[in-house]
Design a protein around this ligand. Structure first.
Ligand code: PEP
Length: 257
């Protein structure tokens, strides 16, 4: 089997200004340096607001910090009359590796459709960014359609026409678990992650599917991270609330299996 490096991603949402971002990334770097010997090898990335990205870039580059970063959204367009939008070209210039696409807050609060998510994935790839594609069902969906149908349909739509060789991370985030304090069980996360991986095999082939990280997100904390990472198809976590607390997030990135 392919070994996938666990990925711990912190989605700051609309929190931490650029000065707070600098302080946070410095502390995270200390925590990671401290952890070198005892802890499992994970890749760590933060997803600050757009206005923080230049500060984070400067800090990470100056000391070659082992911290990745990306944006929380990207425009489907490359340039032009799109007031308020941010091009993937700009994110690439700031050395972003990743970009979150289709977070449930964008889908519900900003009416983002599957077609827009698909166009944004293509835009990310045009600029050499790795999309972190978020999918997940609401509590109603779960009751009506069962656990995997909605996330699988969302991922199918998101990946239409996508070239799997350009890199991809998938985040399964049940909407009912986001910010609710009520995480899915590891078994629930594994069931959907396995279904998403099966879809990746169908759409992108075995090799890409086996090397693609599928994350769980929704009320992940230091106390439950290890239980998710023990599941064979869960390769890390997308962390919201707990990614803003340096002590909590440091404990999450230093999870022990
Ligand atoms: C998220 O919004 O991506 C998320 C997982 O939030 P939380 O960890 O706060 O549930």
């Amino acid at each position: 089997a392919v070994k996938r490096t666990p990925f711990i991603a912190g989605n700051w949402k609309m929190n931490l200004d650029h000065l707070q971002a600098i302080a946070f990334v410095q502390k995270l770097a200390w925590a990671l340096a401290d952890a070198k010997h005892d802890f499992a090898d994970a890749e760590v990335a933060v997803f600050p607001p757009f206005t923080d990205l230049r500060s984070v870039q400067t800090l990470v580059a100056a000391d070659s910090l082992p911290i990745g970063y990306g944006a929380q959204d990207v425009s489907a367009h490359d340039s032009g009359a799109y007031t308020g939008e941010i091009s993937g070209a700009f994110l690439a210039q700031l050395d972003c590796t990743y970009v979150i696409i289709g977070h449930s807050e964008r889908r519900t609060l900003h009416g983002e459709t599957d077609a827009e998510v698909n166009a944004k994935v293509a835009a990310a790839h045009r600029h050499g960014l790795v999309p972190v594609v978020c999918v997940g069902e609401t509590a109603d969906d779960l009751e009506t359609h069962g656990p995997s149908a909605v996330p699988v349909a969302q991922l199918r739509a998101a990946l239409e026409g996508v070239d799997g060789s350009k890199g991809l991370v998938v985040a399964y985030e049940p909407v009912w678990a986001i910010g609710s304090g009520q995480a899915a069980t590891p078994a629930q996360a594994e069931q959907v992650a396995a279904a998403l991986r099966a879809l990746l095999v169908e759409l992108l082939g075995e090799e890409v599917a086996q090397s693609t990280r599928v994350l769980y997100g929704g009320s992940v904390k230091a106390a439950n991270i290890a239980s998710f990472l023990r599941e064979p198809n869960v390769d890390g976590a997308l962390v919201g609330g707990a990614s803003l607390d340096i002590d909590e997030f440091s404990s999450i990135v230093r999870f022990k299996k």
